[in-house]
Design a protein around this ligand. Structure first.
Ligand code: GLN
Length: 454
């Protein structure tokens, strides 16, 4: 099998299914084929492919910058944006010799849970084309589930890797905050954003995270800690593991069919020699409210740079202020505008203490909830999302219903800990995702447990 074969297979599959799934915003076929040829020429001289991603076809979420390749964040405002440099993760994947097949659809600027906020197109769930793939990394999850690429990168601010992975029946990892460089990830909420892999199985996921992890001097929030092997512990042995199951994650608001699958998974866990107990993360109920204040506040600041002058589409007007106003009014979609307004309000003097500061205090309490549980337990397990994939259009009229989709993933971002979503059976013919949450920088244990479920 040559790299050219692999790349061919990927584009063949895209030709077959992309008209139904619509996961990609743009393909990079010419570059990919040239790269494949180059790698095929090197193949003979290579001793071992161990630890590399040699020739493997990959898709990249369109909020991760790629040099000379359009990067739109699924926003009309960035319709014509061609970055001058690569994100660190893109360079790292190139070093590992993976091949980029194209850029993937998402909710505009990663704001959303269904991909319905894309400024360009609707990605559909490969399991049921009338349903959403989840979001915001919906293209990343759908492309892997549909077999268009072997793996993809997504970003997760409040659940955007895990929720679509859950809806599409694939494996999605949100690493510890600081594990992966954010350099070149177009910022949504800088204190929450992390890049992570979406793959078909746990082992692949561990390999990809291995390739993109590590300190980066270009991102001062990337942690200067060792990156252990994420694949060493993948042997199915979880005897003696202590698991916590938060009552808030299996109670009201979680559909009974999802709960049933989680209970089933806990039985599997017991049969493998692990034990579990119910615990409480008492401040979880405030997480969604705190998140939408904090994430929107950070977004309002981060998105100020999109003014029609420095980046993106410009609508020329008579004076500068009007140019800004027109460019932003026409470039941004409704959800992005909603967040900018909410965030600007929450940060304005007179309201700052009541909203932003209060939300930060809640964030600290949520982080402490996790720390308390991790004093006694190795991992926390629950569902990834309260339901399976919902129907297209079902939640678009009511932003608050949409926001509630993230209730089980958001606390993890607020605490900064790592969490994975792995497929755990079907409910009503649709995949259910099991969420495994670990201690800071303990992705290795998260992978070990996830692997034991496969
Ligand atoms: N759905 C959440 C939001 O809209 C999370 C998005 C994300 O993780 N990027 O903010």
């Amino acid at each position: 099998l040559s790299v050219t074969d692999l790349v061919n297979e990927s584009y063949n599959r895209i030709n077959q299914v992309e008209s139904k799934v619509d996961a990609f915003l743009h393909l990079t076929e010419e570059l990919a084929r040239a790269k494949a040829k180059e790698l095929d020429e090197q193949l003979g001289a290579i001793q071992t492919l161990e630890g590399t991603l040699f020739g493997l076809p990959i898709g990249i979420k369109d909020n991760i910058v790629t040099k000379g390749i359009r990067t739109t964040c699924a926003s009309k405002l960035l319709e014509n944006f061609e970055p001058q440099h690569n994100a660190t993760v893109v360079n790292k994947l190139a070093d590992a010799r993976a091949i980029t097949i194209g850029k993937l659809n998402m909710d505009e600027f990663a704001m959303g849970s269904s991909n319905e906020n894309s400024g360009y197109k609707l990605t559909r769930n490969p399991w049921d084309l009338n349903r959403v793939p989840g979001g915001s990394s919906g293209g990343s999850a759908a492309s892997v589930a549909a077999g268009e690429v072997l793996f993809s990168l997504g970003s997760d601010t409040g659940g955007s890797i895990r929720e679509p992975a859950s809806f599409c029946g694939v494996v999605g990892m949100k690493p510890t905050y600081g594990r992966v460089s954010r350099f070149g990830l177009v910022a949504f909420a800088s204190s929450l954003d992390q890049i992570g892999p979406i793959t078909r199985n746990v082992e692949d996921n561990a390999y990809v995270l291995q390739a993109i992890s590590g300190h980066d001097k270009m991102d001062s929030t990337s942690a200067n800690v060792d990156v252990p092997s994420f694949t060493n512990g993948l042997n199915g042995d979880i005897k003696g593991l202590k698991v916590a199951v938060p009552s808030e994650y299996i109670g009201e608001g979680v559909s009974s069919e999802v709960r049933e699958q989680v209970m089933q998974a806990l039985k599997t866990l017991e049969s493998l020699g692990a034990t579990w107990e119910e615990v409480s993360l008492p401040h979880s109920k405030y997480a969604t409210a705190a998140y939408y204040l904090l994430a929107s506040s950070e977004a309002s600041a981060n998105l100020a740079r999109f003014d029609g002058i420095r980046y993106g589409v410009r609508v020329e007007e008579e004076n500068l202020i009007e140019t800004y106003r027109k460019s932003r009014s026409e470039g941004f979609g409704d959800e992005v505008k909603r967040r900018i307004m909410l965030g600007t309000f929450a940060l304005s003097s007179g309201y700052y203490d009541a909203y932003y500061k209060k939300a930060q205090q809640v964030r600290t309490l949520i982080k402490q909830d996790f720390e308390n549980v991790f004093e006694k337990y190795d991992v926390i397990i629950g569902p990834t999302a309260p339901t399976t994939a919902f129907k297209i259009g079902e939640k678009t009229d009511d932003p608050l219903t949409m926001y509630a989709t993230d209730i089980l993933t958001i606390p993890v971002n607020l605490a900064g800990v790592p969490a994975i979503s792995v497929p755990s059976g079907l409910a009503g013919g649709l995949p259910v995702g099991l969420q495994i949450i670990g201690k800071h920088f303990d992705e290795a244990t998260v992978y070990r447990v996830a692997y034991a479920f496969e």
